[in-house]
Design a protein around this ligand. Structure first.
Ligand code: GLY
Length: 406
């Protein structure tokens, strides 16, 4: 890595608005998931010389198994207003991001605009849905309450036990694998280089962007305590001939206090997710996890029982202490773009814009400022060095597995 010729302005260090190195030409992105590839594509399109370091770009890691919800509203948790603002700002960028990527890559990045319905079954689950609706109304978000018949008219695949729902038309979805394929094609067309070796030392570049998802904690001392793996298991299913077709919208449900979602894909396919469990770098799919996902989904969409089970998979979300990502400077010449937890797909456009702003030395988008890593890692340090680590994200596909928790 080139030695920076000037120190960044310390007054900007907490505001996430400082350019990292003057006259940057080369950029190394460590990690080829949705965040790394989005940053690489945007940076290469802006004229930087970009190399992505990952043994399996676009085809492993949490991005590869993601449900693909672009859902800041239905993922909203009271008290996480910065997460909601960041997600909403990124969602607003999604249509343009998808259109530009589609044109640049020559293929469809898989954005789906049908919207989302959130549903509940028993009274306790309904109370949680009511709390979400109240919270969203309080902060001025669009939600529409749906009851019995209108709910089933909207989504005929919902089971008879589902009596209460919220329509959230603004929460969208993307086919994660179509998106990753488009990003890879867009990167290649923009001249991004790919380096398959794992990063053992700092890659040679003017600026390094650490975007290795759950593995990012092993790549820099300031990320060590900040990033942790949060396991999630998903299933991919296909409606067989004669079975009721899947819903057209994303369906999110609270079932016995557990959250699950069904995200439609083309060809009668759905992604069913997801468990959430803090078990370190364990990426086995568990039998209990599969059972819990199927039990919950079948209560919401009974036809699921007739579908073909095509795949089970586990991924490791990159969690952070406050559920906000880390996007910004760790030290001169080293940027973080990680810690996106449940929202990597959603936050890709805004993260790529923020990283590009940092590379160009212009202010990052205002909504991205709360994601400045200085909030967690105490500002600039002198000892930062990209250390040995596995640049790939953690996930494998398996045929069977163990137990899950909500
Ligand atoms: N984005 C949903 C999940 O992480 O399960």
């Amino acid at each position: 890595m080139a030695t920076p010729t000037v120190e960044p302005d310390p007054g900007h260090a907490g505001a996430g608005s400082v350019g990292v190195v003057p006259d940057i030409e080369s950029v190394a992105v460590v990690g080829g998931g949705v965040i790394g590839l989005s940053c690489a594509w945007r940076a290469a399109a802006a004229g930087f010389h970009v190399t992505v370091h990952d043994p399996a770009p676009g085809s492993s890691g949490a991005s590869h198994v993601a449900g693909g919800m672009l859902a800041p509203v239905t993922e909203a948790m009271p008290g996480e207003e910065d997460v909601l603002a960041l997600g909403s700002a990124s969602l607003a960028r999604w249509p343009e991001f998808a259109a530009e990527l589609g044109a640049a890559a020559g293929c469809d990045p898989g954005l789906r605009t049908e919207g989302t319905v959130a549903v509940a079954l028993d009274p306790a689950d309904r109370a949680e849905l009511d709390r979400l609706a109240d919270y969203l109304r309080r902060i001025g978000r669009e939600v529409e309450v749906l009851r019995g018949r209108e709910l089933h008219r909207a989504e005929p695949a919902l089971g008879p036990a589902v009596r209460h729902g919220l329509s959230v038309p603004g929460d969208l979805a993307v086919d994660n694998r179509a998106l990753l394929a488009a990003l890879l094609a867009g990167c290649r067309r923009a001249g991004v280089g790919f380096e398959p070796a794992r990063c053992e030392v700092a890659p040679p570049a003017d600026v390094v962007v650490l975007a290795a998802g759950a593995r990012s904690g092993g790549l820099h001392p300031r990320l060590r305590e900040a990033i942790r793996p949060v396991k999630g298991e998903i299933l991919r299913l296909r409606a067989r001939r004669g079975a009721l077709p899947p819903p057209s919208r994303t369906v999110r449900a609270v079932v016995g206090g557990r959250r699950c979602y069904v995200v439609p894909r083309d060809g009668g396919r759905v992604v069913l997710g997801a468990t959430q469990y803090e078990v370190g770098f364990d990426d086995d799919v568990t039998a209990g996890g599969v059972r819990a996902l199927l039990d919950d989904a079948e209560r919401v969409l009974p036809a699921i029982a007739e579908y073909a089970l095509e795949e089970s998979a586990a991924g490791l979300r990159p969690g952070s202490p406050d559920n906000l990502p880390l996007i910004g400077e760790l030290e001169p010449g080293v940027l973080a773009a990680t810690g996106h937890h449940r929202n990597g797909m959603l936050l890709a456009p805004l993260t790529a814009d923020a990283v590009q702003a940092l590379l160009r030395g212009v202010p990052v988008p205002a909504e991205a400022r709360p994601a400045d890593p200085a909030r967690l890692t105490g500002g600039q340090v002198a000892c930062g060095q990209v250390v040995s680590g596995d640049a790939s994200h953690g996930s494998h596909r398996h045929s069977q597995g163990e137990r899950s928790e909500p």
